[in-house]
Design a binder for this molecule. Structure first.
Ligand SMILES: Nc1nc2c(ncn2[C@@H]2O[C@H](COP(=O)(O)OP(=O)(O)O)[C@@H](O)[C@H]2O)c(=O)[nH]1
Ligand SMILES: [Mg+2]
Length: 362
């Protein structure tokens, strides 16, 4: 399961968003300090496939979001301390830009750029501690005897430390796959993909419309976003709450009035999914149409394992058709007639939107 943790200062709107993004049906669960909820990843392609096959069941991809129940620990400290936060695959950082004087701000004033940078500094500081401790340890071990592996690690951690000291989050570093593997064990917070959610004021939403650049300019976050190498979504949690209470058509009309085609909640979930480097392939049929999550560059046999280890083990061939041909021809049979259904081997790299039927020995 992909996991994203909500971070941000108290009263920035995290819990409001969490409750809206994770439907009430998936009752909050979790241990102690956190609430855990499941979000369905919006995907219009799954909607189209569901219309084609009219299956008994429609199963979208999902992401797990965690939210802190108590605010005793916020930001980086929570990520370090709180079980259920530690191993998040991505961070969703909610920044308050709504003004509402009825909601007190812990710093006494509304300043999204200040808050965004303060949280970033916390992540960087926590990582710097980890890097320094590791370097000390490595130097000690190197005194006992040379090791090219340890020297390589020292150079890499030193590179991280230097970047952190310059105030650069580790997600801005260019790293090789091997570097990433080496660093994975440290769980560096500033290396995790981060989505900035700008919680706009009700009065600023229409002007921002669908332009994140306008929203960033309105809130003074343009510079921060350029420097932090992250993506951002702008929304207004209060308005999202209103939209969530409307029926489908009314909600769409309401969004259109604001110059939007998709709710802010859907944008947050979808962008988090993309940020994590994930994509979907589909299985279709009269019983179920389903989206499956895999990392980019995943081979067919491994993808089969997402469905069941037996299918992975007994993998023979993947019967693959692209989303475009299938939906424009209207049926798998028609695609077969046109030679558009391919038989792929276990090393085939699954493409986003592939519709796959795995042939396997039982
Ligand atoms: N006016 C306004 N109030 C909001 C908005 N988002 C959240 N709030 C309010 O701010 C308060 C704190 O929100 P909450 O989601 O609990 O923030 P958290 O501390 O980050 O979890 C609540 O009273 C919310 O109703 C918004 O977009 N506009
Ligand atoms: Mg909260």
């Amino acid at each position: 399961m992909l996991r994203a943790a909500l971070i941000g200062f108290p009263s920035s709107g995290k819990t409001t968003l969490f409750q809206l993004m994770t439907s009430a049906k998936d009752a909050p669960r979790g241990k102690g300090d956190v609430n855990i909820g499941i979000s369905r990843v919006p995907d219009p392609r799954l909607d189209v496939l569901t219309k084609m096959y009219n299956p008994k069941k429609r199963t979208p991809a999902t992401i797990e979001f965690t939210d802190l129940i108590a605010q005793a620990r916020t930001g980086a400290q929570a990520l370090v301390d709180v079980a259920g936060y530690k191993n998040a695959d991505a961070l969703v950082h909610v920044v308050r830009a709504f003004r509402d004087p009825a909601v007190a701000h812990p710093s006494g004033s509304i300043d999204p750029a200040r808050d965004a940078q303060a949280m970033e500094d916390e992540l960087i500081l926590a990582d710097l501690g980890v890097a320094e401790r590791r370097l000390e340890r490595i130097e000690k071990d190197l005194k006992k005897g040379r090791s090219s592996e340890l020297e390589r690690e020292r150079d890499l951690v030193q590179r991280c430390k230097t970047a952190l000291e310059e105030g650069k989050p580790l997600r801005t570093l260019e790293l090789t796959g091997d570097d990433r593997k080496l660093l994975r064990g440290f769980q560096f917070l500033s290396a995790k993909p981060l989505l900035l959610v700008i919680n706009l004021d009700e009065d600023d939403l229409a002007e921002a419309g669908s332009s994140i650049d306008r929203a960033a300019a309105q809130t003074g976050l343009t510079g921060f976003l350029a420097h932090a190498a992250t993506r951002a979504v702008a929304l207004c949690a209060r308005i999202e709450l209103e939209i969530s209470q409307l029926e489908g058509d009314d909600a769409a009309a309401f969004l259109a009035d604001l110059g939007l085609t998709e709710s802010g909640l859907d944008r947050v979930i979808r962008t988090t999914y993309e940020l994590l480097g994930y994509m979907s392939f589909f299985t279709v049929g009269e019983d179920e149409c389903r989206a499956w999550s895999i990392a980019r560059e995943t081979q067919a046999q491994l993808a089969a394992g997402e469905i069941h280890s037996d299918i992975q083990r007994g993998f023979i061939r993947a019967e693959v058709v692209g989303y475009e041909p299938l939906t424009s021809r209207g049926s798998l049979a028609a695609c077969r007639d046109h030679g558009e259904v391919r038989l792929e081997g276990k090393e085939y790299i699954v493409q986003d939107g592939d519709i796959i039927n795995f042939r396997h020995a039982t």
